[in-house]
Write a protein that binds this ligand. Structure first.
Ligand code: ADP
Ligand code: TMP
Length: 237
């Protein structure tokens, strides 16, 4: 496999073409951003940690029959992935109240949400990723009705699998964001799953261990990502 020119540089990752038109190199950079790119900082090792974490989680999902874009790990901070036609929507599952839900509903942080809440947002940094619903999707044609129903089912299935994995590592999976794409009309989980796109709290103390540390200007982001990886049994050099 030969890495070729850049296809897209996002806020935290870069995609490159390869000599195979169906495969891309996904590079995890050390950049981290908030406020749709308004604040950007670099954290040494974050790219390596997220690449390996993502590879571990995507493999776990793949083993349970969920199609993911992951092909292989090709270096410390890059993976080979299937090129997808991305659906321009961010899908969020919430098991406990946190983040924007608190502002929207003025409820207690950590409130258990049963059944978990499913929300989705249009991927549009300029408009600050507005919340949308199935009626918007139908009118604007962002995703078909069937695919939306299928993604809701997939998100619930992924939530059950991942909540168990994190629970066994003494972590609460508070909420997370997923992105899906199409490969020859087939729905595939794309992008990433890492502490950058999920809230993970220590089960005993409810201490925040994810990107919220950066969002709230708290210390120890990388140490915390290392701790999460270690609890999952991942050895990252
Ligand atoms: P952003 O675009 O929000 O700044 P990133 O820095 O994470 O985010 O960039 C990664 C981009 O790559 C995202 O826009 C995501 O939708 C896209 N992407 C992720 N996986 C794939 C894939 N397999 N094929 C094509 N695009 C992908
Ligand atoms: P929120 O509480 O800010 O709406 O975020 C819910 C979850 O989705 C949280 O785990 C962070 C994740 N998320 C992203 O990964 N990217 C985003 O652009 C947004 C808005 C949320």
């Amino acid at each position: 496999m030969e890495k070729r020119t850049e296809l897209y540089r996002g806020k935290a990752k870069t995609l490159y073409y390869t000599d195979n038109p169906e495969l891309l190199v996904l590079e995890f950079r050390d950049d981290t951003s908030m406020g749709n790119g308004e604040k950007i900082s670099q954290f040494a090792r974050k790219g390596i940690l997220n690449n390996k974490f993502n590879y571990f989680i995507m493999n776990k999902l793949q083993q349970t029959g969920i199609s993911t874009h992951i092909n292989s790990l090709i270096s410390d901070n890059t993976s080979l992935v299937q090129k997808l036609e991305m659906i321009p929507i961010e899908f969020v599952i919430r098991n406990y109240a946190a983040g924007s839900l608190l502002k929207r509903l003025n409820i207690q942080e950590g409130l258990s949400l049963n059944p978990p809440i499913f929300e989705f947002f249009l991927k549009n940094d300029k408009e600050h990723d507005p919340m949308i619903n199935s009626s918007y999707c139908e009118t604007f044609g962002w995703i078909s009705k069937q695919n939306l129903i299928q993604i809701h089912k997939l998100c619930n299935k992924i939530n059950i699998i991942l909540s168990k994995i994190f629970d066994e590592a003494n972590l609460m999976l508070v909420d997370f964001k997923l992105e899906f794409g199409l490969f020859k009309d087939y729905l595939v989980l794309g992008d990433e799953f890492s502490p950058d796109v999920a809230r993970l709290w220590d089960k005993a103390t409810m201490k925040k261990m994810d990107k919220d540390l950066f969002r709230h200007n708290m210390d120890g982001l990388i140490e915390s990502y290392e701790e999460i990886s270690c609890r999952l049994g991942l050895k990252i050099n």
